[in-house]
Design a binder for this molecule. Structure first.
Ligand code: NCD
Ligand code: ZN
Length: 345
């Protein structure tokens, strides 16, 4: 049997939600990832160290018996975030803060309305060595949704990078050739995460033959030339690009809705989907760097001990999973056959 063993990976962009979702989402990620960057877009958002530490404890309490999953917590930046909030967060062990432009995505209404007003906070983050995680889309109504990422680069990202040369910035879930190129050409302090959906799909998969709500995520899927550009950078093995699933569960009824939620729930097949893509690219030898090395290297953390093994075995992603509240959820890539499967120890 063909197998692939890699150092234990981490997920550098994850939505676990809260409350009765945690018994579903925490085991899903903890089955193969040792750490995950936990996104703070709860309601209300996680805006200070105290809230983040309480959330971390709720996540730890939801781990399967004997599992050592280590959630890495983040702060949700708002125009009310103070320099003191950053200092306290850093002291509490929070590794990064997430910047959502207000209205960009799920639960982001409390987020940053005026980015330049955040510069004093970025200054302190730079001093403290706290990473800035960026949802890189402008939200001006006159900007076409497919152009939001490119506009963000031109209007905002170039200035952040120029003004804060020592701030480590992760351009989250990049979706365009423009973002890939920007990150490649930027200095060593700029990196990016890439999701399985943006490697596997393009906007045809969202819109051709009918609207496919389960492929709707933000930033929205782009045209195939952008998908190709993302596939190229992961195939190249560049250490500036690493694994961040953006697994973001929404119940089936919230997705199959006249105003459907954005987010793909990929956690139960995440590492398998990446292996699937890397195999398609004839680059399975590059999976370990992307999944297990470049993330911790960029964050300045140790790489994990231990390994996981994937087996070359076809399996089909289920059509539905039942949430702890008994509501169904449709996992990302439901009904598709994937060629790799995690070997459960
Ligand atoms: C995320 C969510 O549902 O929390 N949705 C998504 O489409 N990716 C938020 C986000 O990361 O933008
Ligand atoms: Zn996200």
């Amino acid at each position: 049997m063909k197998t692939l063993t890699i150092q234990t990976p981490d997920d550098w962009h994850l939505h676990l939600r809260d409350g009765d979702m945690l018994p579903e989402t925490v085991p899903a990620t903890a089955r193969c990832f040792k750490r995950a960057i936990v996104m703070p877009n709860l309601v209300p958002p996680v805006t200070n160290a105290e809230m983040a530490m309480a959330y971390r404890q709720r996540i730890l309490d939801a781990r399967p018996e004997g599992n050592s999953f280590d959630p890495l917590m983040t702060l949700f930046l708002t125009n009310n975030t103070s320099e003191q909030d950053i200092i306290e967060a850093k002291a509490a062990g929070i590794v990064a803060a997430k910047m959502y432009p207000a209205g960009a995505t799920t639960n982001s209404s409390a987020a940053v309305k005026q980015l330049e007003a955040m510069y004093p906070v970025f200054e302190v983050m730079q001093e403290q060595g706290m990473l800035l995680l960026v949802h890189g889309e402008v939200t001006d109504h006159h900007i076409d949704i497919f152009d939001r990422e490119k506009e963000f680069i031109d209007q905002k990202m170039v200035h952040i990078v120029k003004n804060f040369p020592n701030l480590k910035v992760v351009f989250e879930h990049i979706t365009t050739a423009d973002a890939a190129q920007f990150v490649q050409e930027a200095g060593d302090n700029i990196a990016a995460t890439i999701t399985p959906q943006h490697l596997l799909l393009n906007r045809n998969d969202l819109l051709v033959g009918g609207v496919r709500p389960h492929n709707f995520c933000l930033p929205v899927l782009k045209r195939n030339t952008h998908q190709e550009a993302l596939r190229k950078v992961v195939q190249s093995g560049s250490p500036k690009f690493f694994l961040g699933t953006d697994s973001a569960p929404h119940a089936k009824e919230a997705k199959e809705n006249a105003c459907g939620c954005a987010g793909c729930y990929s956690a139960w097949s995440a590492i398998e989907l990446y292996a699937h893509v890397f195999e398609e690219l004839d680059a399975l030898d590059k999976l370990e760097g992307f999944a297990s090395h470049y993330g911790p290297d960029f964050y300045g953390l140790e790489r994990n001990e231990g390994t996981i093994t994937l087996v070359r075995e076809d399996w089909t992603i289920p059509d539905e999973i039942t949430l702890p509240n008994d509501k169904p959820i449709v996992p990302f890539f439901a009904g598709h056959t994937v060629h790799w499967k995690l070997q459960q120890s």
